[in-house]
Structures are given as C-alpha cells and as structure tokens.
Ligand binder design. Sequence first.
Ligand code: SF4
Ligand code: SF4
Length: 435
Amino acid sequence: MTHRVAVLDKELCQPKKCGLECIKYCPVNKSGSDCIILNEQIKKAQISEDLCNGCGICVKVCPFDAITIVNLASELATDKVHQYGVNSFRLFKLPAPTKGEVIGLLGRNGMGKSTVINILSGNLKPNLGRYAEPPDWDEILKYYSGTELKSHFEKIKEKQIKSSIKPQQVYNVAEAFDGTTKELLEKFDERGVSRELVKELGLENSLENNLKELSGGELQRLAVAVATSKDADFYFFDEPSSYNDVFQRTSVAKVIQGLAKIGKSVMVVEHDLTLLDFLSDYIDVLYGESAAYGIVSNVLSTKVGINVFLDGYLPNENVRFRDKKFTFNASASTTEEFQKGDEVISYPLLEKKYPSFSVSIEPGTISKGEVLGVMGANALGKTTMMKMIAGVEKPDSGKIDKKIKIAYKPQYLTNDIDVEVESVLDKANETPIQG
Ligand code: SF4
Ligand code: SF4
C-alpha cells in the first residue's frame, strides 16, 4: 500500500502564464472530482493528496515543472514529523541526539537537514504533519513516548535545552559581525575555551583581522570555534569541513569529537565521507526527493551508514533510494600504462611575490585528456598557481605557453551581481541555452 505525496513549487507555479494544464488533464478531475483546483486565495494550484491516484499526468503537462508526485509506503504516513503546509515539503522520522556521541547525518541537500536542525534545536515545533491544526506539546510527547526523542523534547518544552549551531554559510557570519576574530570569540566564549580552540584550529594569525578579511577556511574554523565555545547541551555542525585542507579538517574533527568526550550531544552534516568516517560514532542517512520530502533512516554504524549511502540501498528498510551505486574505479593510470595526450600548456619556473607571501612553481606541462591533481595544505600557493595558469594573475617571472582557451572556476564565489541565472549561463556558454 502507498500514500501520495503531492508537492507544488509555489515559485514555479504560474497560473497566469500557463493554460491550467494540470487542472484540465487530471483524470480524477475529468471524472468529476476536485483533485487539482486553483486556490483563489493564493492564486496557485492545489492538489488533494486523498483524491490523487498518482498517475503523474499533471507532472508531465505542467509547462513550468512545478509539481512533484511521489508514492510512498503507507507505513511512513505515521512517521511524519513535520509538514510546512498544503502540498509542501515534509519530513519523516528524526535522528535522536545522544549524549557523548557524534551522530553524522549523510544525504544530499534539500532533504530536510534544516528542518531537522530547527526541530532538534527547539526553533521549530514539530507538527506531526498537522499543519492546519498543530498538536500541543503534550500530544507531541505522547507521540514520542517510549523513544529516545521523548526526553529531548521534554527538555525543549521546559526550555532546559540550549543548542549551539555552526551554520552552513560561513560568509553570513562575516556579514553579520563587524569586528575581529578575537572580538567574536570573546563575545561567545561561555566555556572559557577560546585560547585552546585558537591553537587547535590554527587561528593564531587571524586573531586581529576583521572577519571580512578572513579566507573561507579561516572563517569556517572560526565558526566552528564559536559554536564549540558556547555552553550548550546540543551542538550541530553544518558542513564544518568546507574550504579547509585535510590537516585543518582533521583539527576541526578533533575539536568536534572533544565535545562528545565531555558528554555533549553532537550532530554533524558533512559530505566528506572520509571525515564523517573519522568523526562519527553513528550515521543516519537522509534520503528523499529534493524540496518534496525527506526521510531519516534508522541509526546505523558509521561503516554501514557510509556503505548504505554509496549503495543507494537501505537493506533493513528494503528501500532503494538511488538507482545507481557510487563506485570508485581505480584510475586508468594505476591499472594500465597512461597514454599521454598532446601537450596543451607548458610553463617554465613561475614566480609571484606579494607583500607578505611569495610562491615559486617548478616548470610543468598539462596535456589533453588528463586530470592533473594539485595537492597541498592551504596557504601554500595552490590558488596563485591556478590563477597564473588560467591567466587571471600575471606571474612576475615566467611566461605560460598555452594553445587553448581556459575556463576557470574560482575557490570563493560571490553573488553580488543582480542578474538571472539563465543570463549568466548564456554568457558563459556564448550561445543561449535551450530549454
Ligand atoms: S501547476 Fe503548472 S499547469 Fe498547474 S497551474 Fe501551476 S503552472 Fe499551471
Ligand atoms: S498525479 Fe494524476 S491524479 Fe494526481 S493530481 Fe496529478 S493528474 Fe491528478
């Protein structure tokens, strides 16, 4: 048995610009019922999940791809934790924070990570799917009775739980605070641990710098330090490894593990599987359909959780959540003799000097058909090397011989231009993108 999930992307639904195809062609509507209607109040389509038979015709005929219809196992209907509104995103099941342990959350973006964070930190009261008539705390506690989550929610209800969250977007931290690294740390250091954290996370040289001058890696480690220094019961780290090299990632992981060692409940969302393997005591896999629904798996050992994620299959629940497995093939260069293609770039010794930093790159070549990896700790000149080869920075000495046009993706992204995505892609593509 299945139950229907019908989600409408309200931004994409534009009844004034379409021919109301979803309403016209729905077979249930044709038989005289109101399965899809135009909600006159909000001027958007509205789908009745009780009447919908899941045929998917509306999904195909909508010119703006605004509808998602999914058939889910009916047992899941009783596991609904939260739904934002009619035809909106919903989350099924929750991971349980555990004292003294690091729980890793593994899954693609758009599966409800923010909903999980907001519910477990007490910022969002779970409505168990009843968005029109939300339950009170007594009902919620009754629903969770006999589970590990009950005591967590009891503490949230009594306002006895304090949470500390390291946000995903660390650049927002720099936008929100006008001051130095030292000032920010002093402001939030409720546990008196900022000195050690500065050492452990290698922030000594950025203490006097304004946050706006910090690199992405420094900002990331500062955000981890700030979240760690708060005196909380529940700590949540959202993608703590981004922008950092392997040594810095290891330091971040050790700091996070330190919280579990002193008995705190810790949860980490991370896409770096190696780091998650190193860091987590257990894993919950988050799967579903982006912006439509998310399901949290039962708790798994770290190794099993990572393998389940790579396989796209949960054996205990007998659920395949991805058609394909992720497999890592040994590269051709390790299994057979590598056939070098024609040389497309060659460079002599390249040198570049800045007021406080200089870099020199040994001569090298890049050939057609090869992927050349550049490894090394942050702040050793990898970006300068890439910029010089791409022609973004001019070397002080050494001329690059290149026979090709180069596309360059920078390390740090800014979105300070007010244009539509399509026009940026058209410009990069040099001809308009169709479809
Ligand atoms: S869902 Fe698609 S077809 Fe239906 S009203 Fe919205 S834009 Fe039109
Ligand atoms: S999936 Fe089929 S039955 Fe359901 S709303 Fe769309 S067209 Fe109607």
